[in-house]
Write a protein that binds this ligand. Structure first.
Ligand code: S3P
Length: 181
C-alpha cells in the first residue's frame, strides 16, 4: 500500500471532533516525533484565530491558508501532523500529504461527533441554526476523501489510549517496524 513511498511523517485527517489533536500529541510523544497542527500553523501565519480568519477573510481565504501550510509541510521530518477537518476535501492537499506522510483518518459517526463538539463554540462551520444537520451534510460530502486515507481508524467505542495504540501500530507497520503487542 505504501511501498515505494516516503513515510517520514504521520498525518491525522478526519472530521472535527474525531480527536486528531489529542491523539496526535500522544502519538508524537510515543514515537519521539514533533507535533504540528495545521490550524495552529494557519493562526501563526495569519496572526489571528481561526474564527477571526473565517469572520474577517472568509472561508475561501482560510482554504488558501490551508493550501499554503500543506506546501510547508513537505519540508517537515519526524512530525505527527493533525490537520483541520476540511483540509483533505481538496484532493491536491491529500496527494501532497501522501508524498511524505502516512495518512491516517480518524472516524466517528455524526451523532458521536455532535456529542463531542457541542458546547465548543470555537468552530465557525458549526455556527448554524442546526449544527447536527450541518455535521451530517459535511461528513457525507467529505466521506469519499476521508476514505482515500491510507488507514481508517474508528474512534467509536474506543478510548483515546486505544486509538493511540492503534495509530502507532499502523505507523510502525507502514515503516516496516511492527510493534510487538
Ligand atoms: C474545519 C475544521 C477545523 C478548522 C476549521 C474548519 C472544517 O479544524 O480547520 O474550523 O472545515 O471541518 P478541526 O477539525 O481541528 O476542528
Amino acid at each position: 500500500m505504501t511501498s515505494g513511498r516516503v513515510v517520514r511523517n504521520l498525518a491525522l485527517v478526519g472530521f472535527m471532533g474525531t480527536g486528531k489533536s489529542s491523539v496526535g500529541q500522544l502519538v508524537a510523544a510515543q514515537l519521539h516525533f514533533r507535533f504540528a497542527d495545521t490550524d495552529e500553523l494557519i493562526e501563526a501565519r495569519a496572526g489571528k484565530s481561526i474564527s477571526a480568519v473565517f469572520a474577517e477573510e472568509g472561508e475561501p481565504q482560510f482554504r488558501e491558508h490551508e493550501r499554503a501550510v500543506v506546501e510547508e509541510l513537505r519540508n517537515f521530518h519526524r512530525t505527527v501532523i493533525a490537520t483541520g477537518g476540511g483540509l483533505v476535501a481538496n484532493e491536491e492537499n491529500l496527494n501532497s500529504l501522501k508524498s511524505h506522510a502516512l495518512v491516517i483518518c480518524l472516524w466517528a459517526s455524526p451523532e458521536t461527533i455532535w456529542e463531542r463538539v457541542r458546547g465548543q463554540p470555537h468552530r465557525p462551520l458549526l455556527r448554524t441554526p442546526d449544527p447536527p444537520a450541518k455535521i451530517r451534510q459535511l461528513l457525507a460530502e467529505r466521506e469519499p476523501f476521508y476514505r482515500r486515507a491510507d488507514v481508517l481508524v474508528s474512534t467509536e467505542l474506543r478510548s483515546v489510549k486505544e486509538v493511540v495504540h492503534h495509530v502507532v501500530h499502523q505507523f510502525r507497520l507502514a515503516r516496516g517496524h511492527p510493534s510487538h503487542p
